[in-house]
Each structure stands twice: as structure tokens, then as C-alpha cells.
Design a protein around this ligand. Structure first.
Ligand code: ADP
Ligand code: MG
Length: 303
């Protein structure tokens, strides 16, 4: 439903999105997960036809986001990072306005239906200016849904709203996923895990990992560290031995032993080699890391 090939965006010299490729199948909820400045908003603006890519291409339902942008907009509901609001309109008036703009056959009826869907019916006569941030987010969602598009693109819909509303928005997204293809961005790992069928991790404009939360968990944890403590004379020189094990990426001193990072499971080989070299393995255990730690390692710990 969404196909992205080598999509790239430069702002002047700055490479904001660098050759990213991913897909979202019909009915899938795909999470675009990455820290601030990763390129999530830029990607979404290209997918919704608001901004031309510098290179690469993307299609939605087979339509090119640039060449067929009208067809694309008809099929996409977009909740931007900052929802444009018209403070003096009523809630219902605002949604009717968008319904007309999008050429919906019966704007009044459709506005009513969509407000019901996002549970804003009892607020329909309120002025937009008086809505809380959370309610405004729901209004933005109604705006994105008003023409009943098969694809929904939501840019960090839970940012800046209170915890109860965060839960509601996450539920709304899961709900949407039952009948829509959803692309949803977040900088919160646990949110991506909870809400998405598949997660695309992006950092500094590049995709660093993608897969279902389960496969990502396994993949990422395989790269986690082991703690090994070695006994025997001259054990400090064992660091060379550890580094020579295939798959080992780094060895650092930690406490009385070493932290060993590897791409693959090296425990067997590691204990064999240590023993063969005449040392003893006193302790060998995974360094306890949460998925959050691993994610932060992957995207760098700078804020
Ligand atoms: N209009 C712009 N002009 C220049 N640089 C921009 C513009 N918009 C975003 N950037 C830069 O592009 C990078 C990606 O930004 P953005 O797509 O907003 O990331 P995210 O949504 O993941 O926080 C950042 O380094 C940001 O500073
Ligand atoms: Mg953003």
C-alpha cells in the first residue's frame, strides 16, 4: 500500500533523509521510530505530497506521491506534527470545512459520523480555540479521517498530551489499523512496540533496523553484551584472545572482567578458547539490557 524506494531529502547541504526504503502492506500499522531530528516528519511530508523528494520515489496505492499527488491525497489522511487550526470555527464547522475541501458527497453527515468516531460529538459546538491539546489532537484525527481514506499517516500523535489521552490515542491508532494502512511516527520505543505491527527505526536520516517488534527484539538483543570474568595468570592479556573470536565487535574492561559485544552468540566459542588458552571462565552472563537501552545504543545516546 505504501512503497518507499531510496527516498532522499536534502535541505541545502543537509541530508535529512538518506535513501530510505520500506513498505507498509494493506491493513498494517507501521511505526517510524526515531529520536528528534531523525527525519520522520520530512519522510511523512514527502509521502503526503507536501514536499518533493530530492531523490528516490514513493507510491501510495500504486500512485506516485509527486506525479499523482491528487490521487495520493484522496487516499491519504494526514495528521501533521502541528495541526493547522482555525480558532474561531466550531468543532463541527471545522470538520465540515475539511469535508467540503476534500469533495466529500454529504459534508454535514460525514462530519457528524467522523466526530462520533473520535468521540467528539458532545464537543461539536465548542470553538476550536477552547479545546485542550488532547482534544485538538482528536480533532486533527477527525480531519485526517473525514474523506475516509484507506491510508492514515500520523506524525507523533501522542506528543504533548496527557497520559490518559496518550492511552486513548494509542487505542484509536490500533483501532484504525483494523481497516486502514497506518504509518505512525514516534520517538518512544515502548509506544512503537505496543501499537505497531512493524517498526522502522530511523536515525540521522537512515534506517538502522526494521521488523516486527518481536524480530527486532531478538535481532537487537543478539547484539547485546556479555560479561565475562577470566581466571588464571596473565589473564589481562586475554583481551587479545577475546577480540580474535569471530563475531566479537568490541571488548572493554568492566569491573573484574570484560564486556564483550558481538553480533552473534559467541558464548560457546568464547569459553572453548579461554579454556584452550589455559585460562578459566569464572563468570559468563549477558549484561542486563532493556530493549530501551539497546535502542538508545542504536540511535546514540545524545539527546
Ligand atoms: N525546513 C527545513 N529546513 C532545513 N532543515 C530542516 C527542515 N526541516 C527539518 N530539517 C532538518 O532535517 C532533519 C530531520 O528533521 P525532521 O524530519 O523534522 O525530523 P523528526 O521529525 O524525526 O524530528 C533535522 O536535522 C532537521 O533539523
Ligand atoms: Mg518530527
Amino acid at each position: 500500500m505504501i512503497e518507499v524506494h531510496q527516498l532522499t531529502k536534502r535541505y541545502g547541504q543537509h541530508l535529512a533523509v538518506n535513501q530510505i526504503s520500506f513498505t507498509a502492506q494493506p491493513g498494517e500499522i507501521v511505526g517510524l521510530l526515531g529520536p528528534n531530528g531523525a527525519g520522520k516528519t520530512t519522510t511523512m511530508r514527502m509521502l503526503t505530497g507536501f514536499m518533493p523528494p530530492s531523490e528516490g520515489r514513493a507510491t501510495i496505492a500504486g500512485f506516485d506521491v509527486m506525479a499523482d499527488s491528487l490521487e495520493v491525497r484522496r487516499r491519504v489522511g494526514y495528521l501533521p506534527e502541528r495541526v493547522p487550526v482555525y480558532p474561531d470555527m466550531t468543532v463541527k464547522g471545522y470538520i465540515e470545512f475539511w469535508a467540503k475541501l476534500r469533495g466529500v458527497p454529504d459534508p454535514r453527515a460525514q462530519a457528524g459520523a467522523v466526530l462520533e468516531r473520535v468521540h467528539l460529538t458532545d464537543r461539536q459546538n465548542m470553538l476550536v480555540r477552547n479545546l485542550s491539546k488532547g482534544l485538538r489532537q482528536r480533532l486533527g484525527l477527525a480531519q485526517a479521517l473525514v474523506h475516509d481514506p484507506p491510508v492514515i499517516i500520523l506524525d507523533e500523535p501522542t506528543i504533548g498530551i496527557d497520559p490518559q489521552q496518550v492511552i486513548e490515542v494509542r487505542e484509536a491508532v490500533r483501532d484504525l489499523g483494523k481497516n486502514h494502512t497506518v504509518l505512525f511516527s514516534t520517538h518512544i520505543l515502548s509506544e512503537a512496540e505496543q501499537v505497531c505491527d512493524r517498526v522502522v527505526i530511523i536515525n540521522r536520516g537512515q534506517i538502522v533496523a526494521q521488523g516486527t517488534p518481536d524480530t527486532l527484539r531478538t535481532q537487537l538483543q543478539r547484539g547485546a553484551a556479555l560479561y565475562v570474568e577470566i581466571g588464571g595468570t596473565g589473564k589481562d592479556s586475554a583481551v587479545q584472545l577475546l577480540r580474535s573470536i569471530p563475531g566479537v565487535e568490541s571488548v572493554e574492561k568492566q569491573g573484574h572482567g570484560f564486556a564483550v559485544r558481538s553480533k552473534t552468540d559467541v558464548r560457546g566459542e568464547l569459553s572453548d578458547r579461554i579454556t584452550r588458552a589455559g585460562y578459566r571462565v569464572l563468570e559468563l552472563r549477558p549484561v542486563a539490557m532493556t530493549l530501551e537501552d539497546i535502542f538508545l545504543d542504536l540511535v546514540g545516546r545524545e539527546k
